[in-house]
Design a protein around this ligand. Sequence first.
Ligand SMILES: Nc1ncnc2c1ncn2[C@@H]1O[C@H](COP(=O)(O)OP(=O)(O)O)[C@@H](O)[C@H]1O
Ligand SMILES: [Mg+2]
Length: 500
Amino acid sequence: MSVRNAPPHAGAMLESLRGLGYAPATALADLIDNSISANSREVSIHLEWAGPESWVRVVDDGDGMDDRTLETGMRLGARDPKAERAASDLGRFGLGLKTASFSQARRLTVASRKNGGPVVCLRWDLSLVGQEPGTEWPLFEGPAPGSEHLIAPLVKMEHGTIVLWENLDRIVTDGFNATDMIELVDRIEAHLAMTFHRFLDGPQPDLRLLLNSREVKPWDPYLVGHPGKALESPVYRILHTTGVTAQGHVLPHRDMLKPAEQEVAAGPGGWTQQEGFYVYRNKRLLLAGSWLGLGDGGKPWSCDEAHRLARIRLDIPNSADADWKINVLKSTASPPVRLRSQLHRLASEARDTARRVFAHRGYITPASGTRSSAVAGAWQVRRSVQGTSYRIARDHDLVASILNRAGPVKSDILSLLRLIEETVPVQRIWLDTTEDKETPRTGFVGAPDNEVMETLSSMFEALVTFRGLSPTEARERLGRTPPFDRHLDLVSALEVKDRQ
Ligand SMILES: Nc1ncnc2c1ncn2[C@@H]1O[C@H](COP(=O)(O)OP(=O)(O)O)[C@@H](O)[C@H]1O
Ligand SMILES: [Mg+2]
């Protein structure tokens, strides 16, 4: 059998590797993965705007590399993707450093120092590939002439690594200016704050991340500790896996968040882009919101408004990479078929709660899902073979008390209620909801206090005079009843009217 050796053409190979689909932020995240795997405690990123001379540099205080490790690390396919890795290792394919860097820059310089040893430095320069006679894959020693100062910080460090990107032809394109650079830094900050939030979180974070000298603060997708959350499930162990866990979260309705909090909670991609599963591999976020192709009746769930408050934290270990089809970009993961039904169950719990919170404007108590000893709702939903209808509860405290006092107009009031019920503008509400992507306003949102007070006083009267509750009991009950539970100051001001 005759065999031919068919190595790739270096130039063509390297150029095509540039198009894997990295954005600047995802490419930087891949470099930070390497820093974390090398036990860094602080990673400092700098983007310098200097027109065509602009550069990006990542300095970490990790273990660093000696000359041999650096040379291996600079090779494409430095390590076998099938090899077992330390549990904290965020790498996989032995490509990230090179592919991430080439996606943004034509020149990649890596300088490193281990245990106070010598500073070692190697460099790829795509513009010089094919120019060196006899060397198809030329790896240059040392920084490019004129760039020595950019790797100088390493001299003062015992150990650590500097990755330097120059000739940023994919970032500094025609028309790109200083303002664009500032916006880019903001986008990068949002992405890193999200991707590494679990490293940056807590009183003693594992990692400090600096971006142009500013500390990157973690972004918490789950608003942990917010009193308005409707669900924070236990951490479930997924059966038949080695250490996959999941936790369901339902965020508070937006009425319960201040406008600034809402924008932050939505996340960099916006509400609907950020609902569903958040998949972490060794605490590093791979996927920020996706229903992972799960669905009902063969139809995958789409990212819609009604379920935007559901977020499920899913943790997988790196030993399960092949099982979950982790890609080079670390931007996708797909659950093994045998786990789908478990994940479906978990997701359904979070989705159901999220939908209820969305529809009821947040009137669901945390965890339990229902309110005890509140006044019964004014509306009832009736389902029958003829379809669903909406009825005003005749035994609602206020309604019952009015009917009781109505005397000769009682039948007119009943006709009026019936008229309202039969003409609920269902179509209109439905249209407005889909169009505005919000349920229409109810529950006195934005109403002045005196209007709320008018209805509240009538309710209070009905409870005290008609139902025979003591004023304290009546106030207590109203305080638990939506929508008045959001006007506790008004509720506590309720007094029995002087009747003479
Ligand atoms: N910041 C760094 N500190 C120490 N070693 C590094 C660093 N970046 C890369 N390396 C070394 O280079 C190798 C190749 O990195 P990379 O191409 O990202 O592939 P992977 O992370 O999948 O191993 C790493 O396995 C590691 O040995
Ligand atoms: Mg890597």
